[in-house]
Design a protein around this ligand. Structure first.
Ligand SMILES: *[C@@H]1O[C@H](CO)[C@@H](O)[C@H](O)[C@H]1NC(C)=O
Ligand SMILES: *[C@@H]1O[C@H](CO)[C@@H](O)[C@H](O)[C@H]1NC(C)=O
Ligand SMILES: *[C@@H]1O[C@H](CO)[C@@H](O)[C@H](O)[C@H]1NC(C)=O
Length: 395
């Protein structure tokens, strides 16, 4: 090709490469590449993506959780669907069952290893002591490892097992999604650590995260979709529990120090992802900036049709309609009658925050709508193209 070209002036070649070729190449490639057909999603995370894990083991998240979409408690800490549910819908898959949910689950299109309260690093406290789940990311990986092997053994028994468990090749074609890290930060604050102390252990948290991605890659996983962590300084359960100075509250009413640490975590995560991309053969790894859109919902509420950016929809009392002792769905006995104290609001869709910790379905939908097209991702590719390896950057 090049030999057949009429001698182009040297300066054009210099000007065109490598940037122009890279741009031409990537737009051409994006247009010509087919959409991915992910047969399954395997999700790892905390309550932001728990579709029933913690509920299956430690008790159902009570009503009014689930009221908007499922019309009944559904194992989610939300009035309705989570971002991971919208991801499944978009990919044409049924909602993911929690791996720990042994009753009535169909895992042929994936499994969800997330549980509410999960951290990346194992915590040295029980759920009762600290509220953090014993099912940290390393445990979630162990579950996945067992699931991958045992599902194949069970499938060989035929019958219903073949219909409820994934085929072997699904594991290398699936999308692996992650939304975890928030609780590694709050675990420090709730143990009275300063932001400096929390910041100092972030590299260890990220190292452990990277290891898990490598292990999954070692098990044949190739396509990774990784959410960063949200603005935890805007969540009532943090603002109510950890005192800060008035001067540390930003224009949106959020606690800046905790958001700054979250952004440090995210910068580190983005670097970790870039490094993984170099190290892992034939992997497509997408970093998704959910922080940006979550913070936009809270700091520019009008733009998104939101009336209550900080105050919870479901809770009781205080500045944020949040009380740690009387959470969403909590009941008290009054004159011998059970009364629901943690009640839900009339219109959850105008709230960002559901229960002091989690987002409403309406907010989750808005976050999903802003991440699905790829404009908040690195590389900026849509969800449905997340199986395509990033093109080499010009260096
Ligand atoms: C838990 O304890 C072990 C052993 O002392 C320590 O190495 C680890 O960092 C602790 N984990 C956390 C999250 O503090
Ligand atoms: C399980 O889900 C798969 C994929 O959605 C579906 O084809 C299959 O029929 C389901 N199996 C049962 C037993 O419901
Ligand atoms: C943190 O400090 C508060 C106030 O001094 C104290 O009540 C609480 O027990 C401490 N929490 C931990 C986990 O040390």
């Amino acid at each position: 090709m090049i030999r057949n070209m009429a001698h182009p002036p040297t300066y054009i070649i210099l000007v065109l490469s490598p940037l122009a070729w890279c741009l031409l190449g990537s737009s051409f490639a994006a247009a010509s590449r087919p959409e991915c057909s992910f047969p399954a999603v395997f999700n790892f995370g905390d309550s932001n993506s728990d579709t029933g894990g913690l509920s299956a083991v430690f008790g159902q998240a009570p009503s009014p959780h689930g009221e908007t979409f499922f019309r009944t408690p559904s194992g989610r800490y939300c009035d309705g669907r989570l971002i991971v549910d919208f991801i499944a819908e978009k990919l044409g898959l049924p909602f993911l069952s929690a791996y720990l949910d042994a009753v009535g689950s169909n895992f042929s299109h994936g499994a969800n290893f997330a549980t509410a309260g999960s951290t990346i690093r194992p915590q040295n406290t029980t759920l009762r002591q600290s509220g953090f789940s014993p099912i940290s990311l390393d445990v979630q990986f162990n579950e996945f490892y067992e699931f991958k092997r045992r599902s194949q053994v069970a499938r060989r028994r035929g019958g219903v097992f073949e219909k409820l468990l994934p085929k072997e090749d699904v594991f290398s074609r699936a999308l692996y999604t992650f939304d975890i890290g928030q609780n590694d930060l709050t675990a420090g604050y709730f143990a009275n650590m300063s932001t400096d102390v929390v910041r100092a252990y972030i590299p260890d948290v990220l190292d452990q995260f990277k290891n898990i991605i490598k292990y999954i890659h070692g098990e044949g996983g190739r396509y990774f979709w990784i959410h960063n962590t949200g603005p935890v300084g805007c969540l009532p359960y943090v603002m109510e529990r950890v005192p800060i100075l008035a001067s540390q509250v930003d224009d949106a009413g959020c606690a800046s120090p905790f958001n700054e640490v979250a952004q440090d975590f995210n910068r580190g995560l983005k670097q970790a992802v870039a490094q993984l991309r170099k190290e892992l053969h034939a992997a497509a790894i997408t970093y998704v900036d959910v922080y940006a859109i979550k913070y936009a919902l809270i700091s520019q509420p009008k733009k998104f049709g939101i009336k209550q950016p900080l105050k919870t929809c479901c809770g009781h009392g205080g500045k944020y309609n949040y009380n740690i002792h009387l959470g969403c769905g909590s009941k008290i006995t009054h004159h011998g009658k059970e009364v629901i104290i943690g009640k839900s609001c009339d219109d959850p869709s105008v709230h960002v925050n559901w229960d002091g910790v989690h987002y409403t379905e309406g907010a989750n939908r808005k976050v999903f709508d802003h991440i699905v097209g790829g404009s908040l991702s690195d590389p900026p590719i849509p969800l449905t193209m997340a199986c395509h390896e990033q093109l080499p950057q010009s260096s």
